[in-house]
Design a protein around this ligand. Structure first.
Ligand SMILES: [Zn+2]
Length: 302
């Protein structure tokens, strides 16, 4: 895909799981204009069996992965939470809940997430609510994963529960929307994020139509790229397609950059100045003695 028409634009991908991506992805994202990313905590495909696995995962999100992104000129932030799938292992979920308060207050954590429903079980409901209370306590935005099965009802229910817990909609991003859910999410005052997957679910072309119909207010485009079939360039590619369909550049910037910045800025942990005055990249730097290089010539442009 030719991305010439987005040259010079800035993007913020507010949902991408970089721990499962490569340095090639970081390079391509940086080249395409991605200046900052938010990595939500989620499940890893293989279910975790010990709370220690969660600890190490959360630590890597605020530590190594943040460093790794910086080595390619990308600013990395994350959201911390117990995902809905693993909420179903209640014995483990209890232990994870105990360590969450320690991680949500770390530097670079811009929200509690991604939390919500998968199969809409009682255990999922219990830990979704407990984490909404945590978000309220520490005054952080909430990033909500909506179920892929029974999506419409699951999305409505997620918003009902948020309202029940007294969290204002401007603090909450409802993700994985589609044409069926977007209207209600916007009408109720929440941020409506769309995950753009290649070939399936919500695609780029469909996103263009959604934007034409609803405009850019409170809409967010993200990639949700992970270890599954997905595309870390979904945000710049969708932006390019939007422009080629005549959507005004300001609207494209709003949904691919400004809106996610607005909502997560409420954490006090992310600011445009973080990348508007870039510190540059120095690949000679180490993190706990480790480098991203394997004998290559380090890129240095400080
Ligand atoms: Zn995700």
């Amino acid at each position: 895909m030719n991305l010439d028409n987005i040259r010079g634009m800035k993007f913020l991908d507010s949902h991408i799981h970089m721990t499962s991506r490569t340095t090639d992805d970081y390079e391509a994202m940086s080249k395409a204009g991605v200046v900052a990313i938010i990595e939500p905590s989620f499940w890893l495909g293989q279910p975790r069996t010990e709370v220690g696995s969660f600890k190490d995962y959360f630590s890597s999100l605020v530590g190594w992965e943040r460093f790794r992104a910086s080595q390619f000129g990308i600013h990395h932030y994350c959201t911390i939470g117990l995902n809905s799938k693993e909420a179903n292992n209640e014995a483990l979920a209890e232990q994870v809940m105990e360590i969450l308060p320690m991680y949500v207050c770390k530097e670079g954590v811009v929200g509690v997430g991604e939390i919500g429903y998968d199969d809409q079980t009682p255990a999922e409901d219990k830990y979704f609510r407990a984490q909404l209370e945590l978000a309220k306590e520490v005054n952080l935005p909430v990033q909500i994963h909506t179920p892929h099965r029974d999506k419409r009802a699951g999305t409505s229910r997620s918003m009902d529960v948020v309202e029940e817990h007294g969290i204002p909609p401007h603090m909450v991003v409802i993700d994985h929307n589609n044409e069926e859910t977007v209207k209600e999410v916007l009408d109720r005052g929440f941020w409506a994020a769309f995950t753009i997957y290649p070939k399936t679910k919500m695609g780029k072309e469909r996103m263009v139509e959604v934007l034409k119909k609803y405009g850019p207010e409170r809409i967010i485009v993200d990639s949700s790229a992970d270890w599954g079939v997905s595309d870390p360039l979904s945000v710049p590619k969708t932006a390019s397609l939007m422009l080629s369909h005549g959507i005004p550049k300001e609207h494209v910037e709003q949904v691919c950059y400004q809106n996610p910045l607005e909502v997560y800025k409420q954490s006090g942990q992310i600011d445009e100045n973080d990348w508007l005055n870039p510190q540059g990249v120095d690949q000679r730097e180490l993190y706990n003695g480790n480098s991203v290089l394997r004998g290559q010539e380090p890129m240095v442009n400080k």
